[in-house]
Ligand binder design. Structure first.
Ligand code: 7TS
Length: 420
């Protein structure tokens, strides 16, 4: 009943037609263990619409050539297509210049690139870097490594029981030695949407530290506006945004890219090479050594065009309904504890049931065709905060339905009965 009412409301609001959307994703029609696939592991990676799969197939069928190095037609055509893809990403996140968009392998590589290059020019012994207790390991380890190497100090903004950042501590944490502050836009484990714009405003009023935002979990749900946020760096992965794996984005303000040394060197990064020395090209080429993931960039642009046709506002509104519906159903089950009750949350729900191990629940749910993630989700400090080994995490995308949530809840109840 609730499902029908919601779907009617969505259609009346002319948001989108979920049944047609599902037709765009071929994988959603397969079965797993004899049951229809219910894919609720979107936080790990999202499924791909046919337009993305077609863009990749078309690349290999009709366009394959290397970029930036051939005078022949195929090479020129694909160079134009790749640079158009860069512009699509620039427009999507409202970067001022296309050369502020660097293609990387993903969020992890983007963060490593910044840690490496920023560290080389701007971090010395005694300097400080601030991150938070809710970061993915990919936004912790590169900073730990850098601080160890440079004998700099790594500080953490703590979280509270609701899974929100304790921002009152910001003033105490930021000092004249703070060189960079890195934090996630949305927590992959708790779903918390951090008030990024306000945090950056506060940082700017206190310090001249650079700011890096990890947008890996944000971009599938909202459209970041990097100029409005006024961040120095914004990073994300293609595969969580319905695009291909192995491609990601580093947005960096031009001023940093002009100052940064190259991250990796080699073909494609240079203006001239003599036996004595190398003069490097300007950004983005300076940061894109070797043949890039060409079909990845093109596939990511196709994914961005696709979500923009649906509209990220409509997507976010629908996902909020999924999240509230699932939360209500989960809380009605005895023994369920949800981690993360921030005021602003996205469609990620982490929970445990009594003392049952998350892996046992995940394994049983799989028998019913339900894909969720169980474990620490590469956020061990969050698990340590709550004193748990991990959680069961259901993460929803706009192609999920209320019916799928019903199937998930029924399968969960059966699993709990078997495990109790
Ligand atoms: N940052 C956040 C906030 C993430 O959620 C992830 C991946 C990463 C960085 C790393 O992204 P990658 O594409 O470079 O691997 N998060 C998850 C997850 O929650 N489950 O699997 C991967």
């Amino acid at each position: 009943m609730v499902t029908e009412v919601l779907e009617v409301t969505m259609k009346q609001n002319n948001m989108f037609d979920i049944h047609n959307i599902r037709k765009d994703f071929p994988i959603l029609h397969r079965t797993v263990n004899g049951k229809p696939l219910v894919y609720l592991d979107n936080g790990a990676t999202a499924q791909k619409p046919k337009v993305v799969i077609d863009a990749i197939t078309n690349y290999y069928t009709n366009q394959n050539a290397n970029i930036h190095r051939g005078v022949h037609t195929l090479s020129r055509e694909i160079t134009i297509a790749y640079e158009e893809a860069r512009k699509t990403i620039q427009t999507h996140i409202n970067a001022q210049h296309a050369h502020e968009i660097i293609f990387t392998r993903g969020t992890t590589e983007s963060i490593n690139l910044v840690a490496h290059c920023f560290g080389k020019i701007n971090v010395s012994a005694g300097d400080e870097i601030v991150i938070t207790q809710m970061e993915h390991h990919s936004n912790i380890i590169p900073w730990q490594q850098l601080c160890e190497e440079k004998q700099a100090v790594l500080k953490y903004i703590p979280i509270n029981e609701a899974g929100e950042l304790v921002l009152e501590d910001l003033q105490k944490l930021i000092t004249s030695k703070t060189k960079l502050i890195a934090f996630t836009h949305i927590s992959n484990t708790l779903g918390t949407i951090n008030p990024v714009k306000d945090i950056i405003k506060t940082i700017r009023s206190l310090s001249s530290a650079a700011v890096l935002i990890d947008g890996a979990q944000a971009v599938p749900h909202l459209k970041p506006n990097v100029q409005d946020l006024d961040c120095d760096f914004y990073v994300f992965s293609g595969h969580k945004l319905f695009g291909p794996t192995g491609v990601g984005i580093l947005y960096a303000k031009e001023l940093w890219l002009n100052k940064f040394p190259p991250y990796q060197t080699g073909g494609g990064t240079i203006k001239t090479v003599t036996l004595e020395k190398t003069e490097f090209a300007d950004s983005p080429l300076k940061f894109e050594a070797g043949t890039p993931h060409i079909e990845g960039g093109i596939g990511l642009a196709a994914a961005i065009d696709y979500v923009n046709r649906i509209g990220l506002d409509a997507i976010e509104a629908y996902e909020q309904q999924l999240m509230h519906y699932a939360t209500e159903k989960l809380l009605a089950i005895e023994g369920v504890r949800i981690y993360g009750s921030a005021k602003y949350r996205t469609s990620v729900i982490s929970f445990n049931v009594g003392t049952i191990h998350p892996f046992d629940v995940g394994t049983l749910l799989d028998k019913y065709g339900i894909a969720i993630r169980s474990g620490h989700h590469c956020t061990q400090p969050i698990c340590q905060f709550y004193g748990i080994p991990g959680t069961i995490r259901a993460s929803f995308a706009f192609y999920n339905t209320m019916e799928e949530i019903d199937l998930f809840i029924e399968a969960l109840k059966k699993s709990i009965r078997l495990l109790s």
